[in-house]
Write a protein that binds this ligand. Structure first.
Ligand code: EPU
Length: 418
């Protein structure tokens, strides 16, 4: 298995480009199933989760052509299977995103239940309940969600919890349903809004984009278009946090500062100076960061996908930080690995109490999920000695060329082959 070797202690200096957002690209790729003609999706990051989605679509018989610079052309007219098999869904839960489009456009779908996950139980009951309320007949059998529908009908859907992929699935289904669907307590994440913009460009009628109430008027058909997905706010936040920990000055280009207000606010609180333009962010950090308290919440709150990276920051900060995880039930595995590097962290239920130490020391550590692995890389960048991060296939699911980008900023990091 590949691993990363990191020698800590260097400041970060320089400029890098931010990639397209994984969590925007995945639903937009699923939305291509709704289009009557070929569709081209651009600014796609080169990541394992994207390859998995392409494999999933390819196995269904969907035509795929990859053009220069990861523009992917998708043609669903050749589809012949409506099944997302367990062996793909278990490597990428976001495969569930094909459920709504398949039922809405083709009237049938078989999608494996995703099962457990390293960050909590992560059920998909709200996806299934919503589609049932729209008239789909769904049974859970042999570990699969098996659905049939004639034309879905619009419905009033009240989501008990704000769910990102749940909102996306139901929004895609509603776009081709008969009549009006209202989604209350819809997720407001920028990636949900990006999918809504894509659907509207395809010919869908949506109101309330970016708010917690979405109104979708179904149409009979949607067109294939060209669409560029938005920049990755979590990748942006991860490199900003790295620079706040290491010190120095970094400029991140092709990003969108407006999507990161909660994160930028916390980085300023820890002592970083931040300048922004329309599509860039520059962070300058001198000296040791001050510890900050974090409370994760759905957007526009502080993102759970940045929690692990801020645990790493608090671990070497001046003072004590309290990090509360409110979105997922078991998302502190990275803290146990950081303790092995000398971090002083006490976990109490959903809260991590982190007392900053002067130095972390290198150790072999193991990544358990995508953001956990990013946080261990960040810890390695400031640790004394050489940190080895194992199981980095998690990182490759969500960070495009992480070692190249960090090396470009001056970090001492390299990938060891298997
Ligand atoms: N939930 C339910 N029932 C459901 C669906 C969700 O109870 O039917 C609960 C979950 O258990 C969780 C909460 O709702 O406690 C929020 O989960 P959500 O459904 O919003 O998560 P998701 O859609 O599965 C997406 C991102 C995650 C990100 C979360 C939260 C994608 C492909 N994934 O997951 O990204 O952490 O939203 O913002 O968009 C990552 O990129 O590393 C990642 C894990």
């Amino acid at each position: 298995m590949e691993r990363l070797l990191i020698r800590g202690g260097r400041p970060l200096e320089g400029e890098i480009r931010i990639s397209g957002a994984k969590n925007a690209a995945l639903p937009v790729m699923a939305a291509t199933l709704l289009a009557d003609g070929p569709m081209t999706v651009g600014n796609i990051p080169h990541l394992h989760d994207i390859t998995t989605t392409m494999e999933l679509l390819g196995r269904m018989g969907v035509g795929l052509t990859v053009h220069e610079r990861m523009q992917v052309e998708v043609d669903a007219s050749t589809i012949e299977s409506f099944r997302a098999p367990y062996e793909l869904v278990k490597t990428m839960r976001a495969s569930i995103l094909v459920l709504g489009p398949l039922l809405a456009r083709f009237g049938r779908a078989e999608v494996s239940l995703p099962g457990g996950c390293a960050i909590g139980s992560r059920p998909v009951n709200l996806h299934v309940d919503g589609l049932r309320a729209m008239g789909a007949e769904i049974v859970i059998e042999d570990g699969y969600i098996k659905g049939r529908a004639k034309r879905l009908r619009g419905a009033r859907l009240r989501m008990d919890v704000s769910t990102v992929t749940g909102t996306e699935n139901l929004m895609m289904a509603a776009a081709l349903a008969e009549g009006t669907t209202i989604i209350e307590n819809a997720a407001q994440e920028p990636e949900v809004a990006d999918l809504a913009h894509c659907l509207m460009r395809m010919g869908a009628y949506l109101e309330g984009v970016g708010t917690s109430t979405l109104v979708i008027e179904g149409v009979e058909r949607l067109n294939g278009i060209e669409y560029q997905v938005l920049p990755d706010r979590i990748e942006t936040g991860t490199y900003l946090t790295a620079a706040a920990m290491c010190g120095g000055r970094v400029k991140l280009k092709d990003t969108h500062p407006g999507l990161l207000e909660a994160v930028i606010g916390k980085l300023r609180e820890c002592g970083a100076a931040i300048d922004t333009g329309e599509d860039w962010i520059e962070l300058t950090m001198v000296g040791r960061p001050r510890a900050v308290d974090i409370d994760t919440a759905p957007y526009p709150g502080f993102p759970t996908d940045m929690q692990a990276q801020f645990c790493a920051l608090d671990a070497i900060s001046d003072g004590t930080g309290k990090v509360v995880e409110n979105v997922f039930e078991n998302r502190f595995m990275h803290c146990l690995e950081m303790q092995r590097m000398g971090a002083d962290i006490h976990i109490d239920g959903h809260t991590a109490h982190i007392r900053g130490v002067d130095r972390l020391t290198a150790a072999p550590v193991m990544a358990t999920d995508l953001r956990a692995s990013a946080s261990l890389v960040l810890a390695g960048l400031v640790a004394d000695g050489e940190t080895r991060v194992d199981r980095i296939y998690h990182i490759d699911r969500g960070y495009e060329c992480i070692e190249e980008k960090l090396a470009q900023l001056g970090a001492d990091i390299r990938r060891l082959p298997e």
